[in-house]
Design a protein around this ligand. Structure first.
Ligand code: MN
Length: 409
């Protein structure tokens, strides 16, 4: 798979971040650590997106220090046994990938960083998430909290500045190599979905297996997030992940999947029918399909993503009223019940960073994903397109993917 990222991309990101922060305070950013799955077996490693954006190193436990003029990388301390199992990473490959010329051992790097922090008394960091995010019912990677503790212990009274907002401002507008990479991930996802939509299956997991196969066969690293293959009523559980049910010809099937390439995500949803759709299934599909088109007409530089999304919601309201599901088209609570989504950008994180209230700008990548869910009828329809904002309006990156209720078999 072609790698679109050269050292200059990461060096540019470091320079832009330094400029945005507007001070000489050292910036210290840590890689993620490995998380345990079972005994000595880790979960698949996923790099911290902010760390990757600044140096392109895809390995655990490295530390990046960006000083006022130069940067250096601190390698993790590893026992000989660990190196035997995990393999050594040559400093040269790290220099080449990141464009950072200095790679220091753990001992040397930490002693240098400590003396720099003792002088500056201040450090810029990506603030740590809480260890457990109650809203998501999810533990977070402890690497950021760990490095913050380590620095505070080394330099009592150290002042921390959170750089996540500045980093998000940079990350939300995509550069050429990022757009090329997202395009690749989206193309792979489209080609795979087109294949599976024109095949027949007896179970959700068979469909999932062919999607996974399609992604890997075309060189993607895998799924950007856990794939959702949900038929009938299951489609009304927005993050249904079991993917185990039998596929009935009377049910619609919803797939929400995205390949990942160089850590960038695609995120495409299609809903289709294996048999002849019922009148209601067809009507709900048409309503959602029209909402997609309505959304695409809104997206251009100028208005905020949030405002565009509000307009799509209002449009879905008129459709829900036509379907007889709500009495007033402006019934916000009613719309929210059928259409519970929040808008999101797309990038290194599938729900990427960036303020949705700022005006849209060329280079932003986002998705539009209207859906209507009727659990009592066993119908869930969602359609999701990946979109690049351009000077002239927008480009639907996922346009190659069929968006039909009954794809030709
Ligand atoms: Mn999405």
């Amino acid at each position: 798979m072609q790698n679109f990222f050269e050292a200059g991309f990461f060096a540019g990101n470091r320079a832009r971040l330094r400029e945005k922060i507007g001070s000489d305070t050292p910036i210290v950013v840590t890689a993620n650590g490995e998380l345990q799955a079972t005994s000595d077996n880790p979960l698949p490693f996923r790099q911290d997106s902010g760390f990757w954006y600044l140096c392109g190193i895809d390995l655990p436990d490295y530390t990046l220090v960006i000083g006022p003029t130069t940067a250096y990388v601190i390698a993790p301390a590893r026992s000989q046994t660990m190196e035997l199992f995990a393999g050594m990473t040559a400093p040269d490959s790290i220099k080449k990938q990141s464009g950072v010329d200095t790679v220091l051992s753990a001992a040397e790097g930490w002693s240098r960083l400590k003396s720099e922090l003792q002088k500056s008394r201040k450090v810029c960091i990506q603030a740590a998430n809480p260890a457990y995010i109650t809203h998501y019912n999810m533990y977070t990677n402890p690497a950021r909290a760990r490095i913050i503790r380590q620095m505070k212990r080394a330099v009592p009274g150290l002042q921390l500045t959170d750089i996540r907002p500045q980093l998000a401002e940079l990350r939300v507008v995509k550069q050429a190599p990022e757009i090329a990479t997202i395009r690749r991930a989206v193309d792979i996802t489209c080609a795979t979905l087109n294949e599976v939509q024109c095949s027949s299956y007896a179970h959700e997991y068979e469909l999932e297996a062919d999607i996974t196969c399609g992604f890997r066969r075309q060189g993607a690293a895998g799924h950007a997030y856990s794939p959702i293959v949900a038929s009938g009523q299951n489609a009304c559980t927005l993050h249904y992940l079991e993917n185990n049910a039998r596929l009935e010809t009377t049910s619609l099937v919803l797939t929400d999947v995205g390949a990942t390439v160089s850590n960038y995500a695609a995120d495409i949803t299609r809903t289709w029918s294996f048999g002849k759709p019922s009148k209601l299934q067809a009507a709900v599909f048409d309503a959602v399909n029209e909402a997609v088109q309505y959304g695409l007409d809104q997206l251009k530089p100028g208005p905020s993503f949030y405002d565009c999304e509000q307009n799509v919601r209002a449009f879905v309201g008129t459709k829900l009223k036509e379907l007889g599901l709500i009495e007033r088209a402006d019934d916000k609570a009613g719309i929210g019940q059928y259409y519970p989504h929040a808008p999101h950008y797309l990038g290194l994180d599938v729900h990427d960073v960036g303020d949705t209230r700022q005006p849209l700008k060329a280079g932003m990548v986002l998705t539009i994903e209207p859906g209507i869910y009727l659990p009592e009828k066993g119908i869930g329809v969602r359609l999701e397109e990946d979109i690049l904002i351009t000077e002239a309006g927008c480009e639907v990156l996922s346009r190659a993917c069929l968006r039909e209720l009954t794809p030709v078999q």
